[in-house]
Design a protein around this ligand. Structure first.
Ligand SMILES: Nc1ncnc2c1ncn2[C@@H]1O[C@H](COP(=O)(O)OP(=O)(O)OP(=O)(O)O)[C@@H](O)[C@H]1O
Length: 309
């Protein structure tokens, strides 16, 4: 596959001296859906803005479809559709007119067939003559996408497409993204929701503190993240994990009253049976055991911590 977006050593230091991007390298393949996950202030929007030519990088290079975003801004920008996080629409305008207008802004000749195709893909064709103010929140978001697709971009950026949106709408949005991918659009989205990345992305990138901690195929990442904890409460406190149990990576907690064992739910063997037998062999008496699935949130926080350590 050819990379449609190439980012090399991208840096952004804002005027106040704040380093928001500290050298990002990333290739985005044509036709993929890449989700960028990261906590508040990680640099996601700065990264997207730099690719879209809204923010001028202070180092490195970005090209989209072979066009350098600084030297050939117009060429690069024509390849890009950007859906901002905030809903910015003219309330009294008709849906179809706002989409036509956006196309015109890119200097493209009118093309009713394309406008119709975009509106149909986004299930907005029946609403084409409705005024924006008459639409539901989910439909308004879809109008923003329709505007971003009006000039036939090859890469679509969605900045937190479902922030503050209810579960139903979120699922609608995921289905829309899948339809767009099927129509050949490369999609890069930012999100705080790891479930969202899990639901729609082909690859997931985790960004924190201006650095890309990892970019990985979703399936591989999910396998790595699919872990559970087994909490073992002891009858009597211990000072340290017995030597013969050291290979389990147990963590001693609660003043020596509990041990936590983390295992891979997707692995062939959890090792629990052997562990319980070895605990008994080490002379430990158990009071209770509980399993706990680490939440996706915790997993993500763990990853971010691991990356900055
Ligand atoms: N114009 C600016 N001047 C100075 N600092 C800025 C500017 N814009 C953003 N920053 C800082 O850069 C960092 C990254 O911000 P950015 O908006 O890229 O993060 P984000 O990952 O998109 O966060 P969020 O999830 O909260 O939207 C933040 O610390 C932010 O305060």
């Amino acid at each position: 596959m050819t990379a449609i977006v190439e980012i090399r050593g991208l840096r952004k230091t804002y005027d106040d001296g704040f380093e928001a991007l500290k050298g990002i390298d990333l290739s985005i393949e044509q036709g993929e859906i890449l989700a960028l996950l990261g906590p508040n202030g990680a640099g996601k929007t700065t990264l997207i803005s730099s690719i879209c030519g809204i923010t001028v990088p202070t180092g490195g290079t970005v090209s989209v479809g072979g066009h350098d975003v600084v030297r050939d801004y117009r060429g690069a920008r024509a390849m890009i559709g950007l859906v901002p996080q905030e809903i910015t629409l003219e309330p009294f305008e008709k849906v179809i007119r706002t989409v036509r207008f956006s196309r015109g802004l890119f200097g493209k000749a009118p093309d009713e067939a394309h406008v119709e195709k975009v509106l149909r893909t986004l299930s907005l064709w029946d609403k084409r003559n409705a005024r924006v103010i008459e639409l539901s929140g989910g439909m308004k978001r879809r109008v923003l996408i329709a505007k971003a697709l009006s000039h036939e971009p090859r890469v679509l950026f969605l900045d937190e497409p479902t922030a503050g949106v209810d579960v139903e709408l979120r699922k609608d949005m995921w289905a829309t993204v899948a339809d767009l991918k099927a129509a050949g659009v490369t999609i890069i989205l930012t999100t705080h929701y790891i479930e969202e990345a899990e639901a729609i992305a082909d690859r997931i990138g985790v960004i924190n503190d201006g650095q890309l901690l990892l970019v990985e195929e979703k399936a591989a990442l999910m396998q790595r993240l699919g872990r559970k904890d087994l909490r073992i409460e002891l009858q009597h406190p211990i000072d340290a994990v017995p030597e013969m149990l050291s290979h389990y990576g147990l963590v001693l907690e609660d003043g020596g009253m509990a041990l936590t064992y983390t295992y891979d739910t997707q692995g062939e063997r959890t090792g629990i049976t052997q562990l319980l037998s070895d605990l008994s062999g080490a002379g430990l008496v158990l009071r209770d055991i509980q399993t706990r699935q680490s939440s996706l949130e915790e997993i993500f926080v763990g990853l971010v911590k691991e990356g900055t350590a």
